[in-house]
Design a protein around this ligand. Structure first.
Ligand code: SF4
Ligand code: SF4
Length: 148
């Protein structure tokens, strides 16, 4: 695995919420894209990675402090949902409203991390401060990505 400097999403201005505005992206892309299961906000800074062990198609991709599901690879099996200790994974149509934009972030980040070789298939354990972040207020702005 290639080690790269983590960068905040603010340093990556080409994200889906930046190019067109989140609402436009959500409305337009939802017409064309399919996102069966989505990793949402509770995963940020946790990375317990229990989910990757049960995924039969290895469709999780890893950032420095978040995991994303590649939508075209996910086969909607639901195996990852009950094993996530912080209830971060949802079928797209059951995402809480405040996290609906994570559909686009999962596709964008999973594709980026796939291109960089960050497919994750084995449990690696939580980040050091995972417990402290579980109940903390956080948003997609806290997601780190790899600098390219
Ligand atoms: S088990 Fe949940 S919190 Fe842990 S990496 Fe997977 S989605 Fe994120
Ligand atoms: S629903 Fe199944 S295929 Fe999709 S990410 Fe979860 S475990 Fe993998």
């Amino acid at each position: 695995m290639i080690a790269r400097r983590p960068a905040t999403l603010r340093e990556r201005p080409d994200g889906p919420g930046r190019l067109f505005g989140r609402e436009t992206v959500t409305n337009c892309l939802s017409l064309f894209l399919r996102m069966p299961y989505v990793v949402a906000e509770p995963c940020i800074n946790c990375k317990y990675t229990d989910c990757v062990e049960v995924c039969p198609v290895d469709c999780f991709y890893e950032g420095p402090n978040f995991l994303a599901i590649q939508p075209d690879e996910c086969i909607d099996c639901n195996a990852c949902v009950p094993v996530c200790p912080v209830e971060a994974i949802y079928p797209e149509d059951q995402l809480p409203e405040e996290w609906e934009h994570y559909t686009q972030w999962n596709e964008y980040l999973a594709n980026q991390w796939r291109d960089l070789g960050y497919n994750v298939t084995e449990k690696t354990g939580p980040l050091d401060d995972a417990e402290a972040w579980e109940d903390a207020e956080k948003s997609e702005e806290d997601i780190l990505t790899w600098d390219v």
